[in-house]
Design a protein around this ligand. Structure first.
Ligand SMILES: [Zn+2]
Length: 323
């Protein structure tokens, strides 16, 4: 048997483990992230800081602080811009490291633990959700569907629901392997909430998680996946926002041979799109960009049917765009 080289060992650890530094606050300081507050919980500590990705994703500094890191699971989350993921991604992003380098960096910061990728589910009585929690919601009314260019049938296929009390859209957030309900995203005019707070939406995708095929389409908005489905576009998934995590990209790569990146045509969307391309093209995933050259719309949901189909059908490789 061929001996395993140290590099292989780091590589396989990096592929499967979600390493968390022993001293999370110390590791955050070493990444240049100042912990401004600590919240003690029964089984962990939550570290609050200014979001390091805020400026890149939104064009503004985070003044709140909106960024929170769980000391037990290492999962981080910005309540404002949606930047979220396992600790190792913070190291990759902060230091410009690849997965293996980031793992080695964490290992150098003392003993580390590995925790399950999806971490412990939020577990207090008021935040525990089950399939019965969705009983409050109904299929979206036909008029709301018409306004957004989706069909009741497409909503049904993708599990899109409606809160009749608030007249908001409901997008269930499910375990990508088992389909178990983790929570949902609720969206209305000037209203946006993930429930329960801190639900690990960046570890799953919205869409038909049983789908696999040649070309998938990655969008920001969950509703736009139903729009794409209604237009006959296969394999549409949403990352629940502009930020796309490593875990979400791994889920996509397992389901398709080609990917069309359909992030919104705005600062946050284009920054996210370029970052995904730079990170994943070398991993052997061919990608094209949704074509916005014929429209001033910022996403698929803002386009008429013909423009939306044209944006999809004329998706291009990035180098073709720089003519
Ligand atoms: Zn942020």
């Amino acid at each position: 048997m061929k001996p395993t080289s140290p590099t292989d060992i780091w590589g396989s650890l990096a592929a499967f483990a979600n390493p968390v530094p022993h001293d999370v606050a110390g590791a955050l300081r070493a990444l240049g992230i100042d912990v401004l507050r600590e919240l003690s919980k029964p089984d962990s500590t939550e570290y609050l800081a200014r979001c390091p990705a805020h400026l890149a994703l939104t064009g503004k500094q985070d003044r709140r602080p909106s960024f929170s890191v769980n000391g037990a699971t290492g999962l981080f989350h910005c309540f404002s811009c949606g930047y979220a993921g396992p600790f190792i991604e913070l190291v990759e992003d902060g230091l410009g490291y690849n997965r293996v380098e980031a793992l080695q960096w964490i290992a150098r910061h003392g003993v580390y633990r590995t925790v399950e990728d999806n971490g412990p589910a939020p577990d207090s009585a008021e935040t525990r959700v089950s399939e019965a929690s969705l009983a409050l919601f109904v299929p979206p009314p036909t008029r709301a569907c018409e306004r957004r260019g989706v069909t009741p049938a497409a909503c049904k296929d993708f599990g899109v629901l409606w809160n009749p009390e608030t007249r908001h859209w409901i997008f269930p957030i499910r375990d990508p392997c088992t389909g178990e309900l983790w929570g949902w995203q609720e969206k209305g005019k000037r209203y946006f909430r993930n429930y329960p707070a801190g639900v690990h939406k960046s570890l799953t995708l919205f869409g038909d998680l049983s789908w696999s095929g040649d070309t998938a389409l990655l969008l920001e908005s969950p509703l736009d996946t139903a729009r794409a489905h209604a237009l006959g576009i296969p394999g549409a998934f949403s990352s629940f926002g502009a930020y796309v995590s490593e875990a979400q990209m791994r889920l996509l790569k397992a389901r398709c041979r080609n990917l069309i990146l359909g992030q919104d045509n705005d600062t946050a969307g284009l920054a996210s799109r370029d970052k995904i391309y730079g990170r994943w093209r070398p991993q052997g995933l061919p990608m094209k960009f949704l074509d916005y050259s014929h429209t001033s719309a910022k996403d698929l949901g803002d386009m008429g049917d013909a423009d939306a189909l044209s944006a999809y059908e004329n998706a291009q490789h990035p180098w073709r765009r720089r003519r």
